[in-house]
Design a binder for this molecule. Structure first.
Ligand code: AMP
Length: 414
């Protein structure tokens, strides 16, 4: 299948090809016709699948078809980083067709607030907004949604996790009842279904291989004691083939401590966290994207918010809190069919958690033998850890998780 099959406007096709997109990804193949047909849609797709363009392409096509140009589409996203990325993709895709967008997000100074208000007065085809700032703007009466046709909620599960449920419902009260509503989410927890039932009308559903990382990722794990993590990480980073690296740690404090310790060893490294102001965060991200910074260290806030191609290595310095986060984190590498490596350090406490991640993916991750120079490492025995942690009977991953997991026999170790 190729993009011409959707009979898109030629200026939009030009935009697509200039972005280097040769053909639609699976989520795009399925979502574009549904959105073009004006039906409501619930789509389950992770980042890295091309989900953003899956909703932007048909929405831009709708805009190009409309005879008069008013504010046509509202996209709500959980973080300013994601809102900015969506805005940038609109710039790229809409470059030849002149479709315009405004990003509205909080956390910046009064000047930016005034600028956002000013851009709104000038009008645009699409607004991309974070819920908090949008709600504030709506209350000040700054946006005319009379002609709005499409509402898109991106990474809706993340927005619910962040406590935006009521804000979103409140925002929807300002929108015309007759509209197309599209909801994209990596997971479908019950609260999400509730929201979907309340705001969508007879939606179509699409589910793209949820909970499976991209095929091009080489996944490895080191089973270690906490004290072994840092020395092994330093060794791993000596490999200069890893030109662009993201390291995830569990807390902001750990991120800062790791930065302090690793920077002596590897100067091209920065921590990315919420204590930095907006300008600092944007500057770090710019440097990282342009390859003037080799390593970023962050918490899970990084895993959803960044869109950088060609990351060669993702390191989970601490095992992620839940399986979906693991998939999101390692999805930062091997994006859109490129290859990459994901390494996870598993301490004894996290063994059970990691076994659950493996169960969700339906495959085991290769455990790399810890070289002798780092001392004796613990064994990987999640069942024993489970008994130790809560005294319950042995762990049976298939029994507990086979409802959510999809076996991937090709990748299964024999
Ligand atoms: P997303 O899942 O929206 O975060 O997109 C992941 C990455 O894939 C982004 O860098 C997009 O620019 C890129 N991408 C989206 N669609 C395509 C496509 N059809 N072909 C190649 N790359 C794409």
């Amino acid at each position: 299948m190729n993009f011409e099959d959707f009979k898109l406007n030629s200026t939009l096709l030009e935009g697509l090809y200039s972005m280097g997109y040769k053909g639609p990804t699976p989520i795009q193949e399925q979502a574009i016709p549904v959105i073009l047909s004006n039906k409501d849609l619930v789509a389950c797709a992770q980042t890295g699948t091309g989900k953003t363009a899956a909703f932007l392409i048909p929405v831009i096509e709708h805009i190009l078809k409309s005879e008069t140009r008013y504010l046509n589409t509202l996209i709500i996203a959980p973080t300013r980083e994601l809102a900015l990325q969506i805005d940038q993709q609109i710039d790229g895709l809409g470059y030849f067709s002149g479709v315009s967008s405004i990003a509205i997000y909080g956390g910046n100074d009064g000047f930016a607030w005034e600028q956002q208000k000013h851009s709104l007065e000038n009008g645009a085809d699409i607004i991309v907004a974070t819920p908090g700032r949008l709600k504030a703007l709506l209350q000040s009466g700054g946006i005319d949604f009379t002609h709005l046709q499409h509402l898109i909620l991106d990474e809706a599960d993340r927005m619910l996790d962040m406590g935006f449920f009521d804000d979103i419902k409140n925002i929807i009260n300002y929108l015309p009842k007759k509209r197309q509503t599209i909801l994209f989410s990596a997971t479908m927890p019950p609260k999400m279904r509730l929201l979907a039932n309340q705001i969508l009308h007879e939606p179509e559903s699409i589910n793209i291989a949820i909970s499976k990382p991209a095929e091009g990722i080489l996944q490895q794990a080191y089973v270690v004691y906490d004290s072994q993590k840092e020395p092994i990480l330093k060794k791993v980073l000596e490999n200069e083939d890893f030109k662009s690296v993201i390291i995830f740690a569990s807390t902001k404090e750990k991120v800062k401590a790791l930065e302090k310790s690793l920077i002596k060893h590897e100067p091209s490294l920065r921590a990315f966290h919420s204590d930095l102001d907006q300008n600092e965060r944007e500057e770090i991200m710019r440097k990282f994207k342009s390859r003037n910074l080799r390593i970023l260290i962050g918490t899970d806030i990084l895993s959803r918010g960044i869109d950088v191609d060609g990351i060669s290595l993702v390191v989970n310095f601490d095992a992620p809190p839940d399986p979906e986060d693991y998939i999101h984190r390692i999805g930062r590498t091997a994006r859109a069919e490129k290859t990459g490596v994901a390494i996870t350090f598993i301490n004894e406490r996290d063994q059970l958690k990691f076994a659950q991640i493996e169960a969700l993916m339906g495959r085991d991750v290769e455990k790399v033998t810890v070289p002798d120079e780092f001392g004796k490492a613990p064994e990987y025995n999640p069942e024993a850890q489970k008994r130790k942690q809560n005294g319950k009977p042995s762990f049976n991953k298939n029994k507990n998780f086979n409802k959510r997991s999809k076996p991937n026999n090709q990748n299964k170790k024999s």
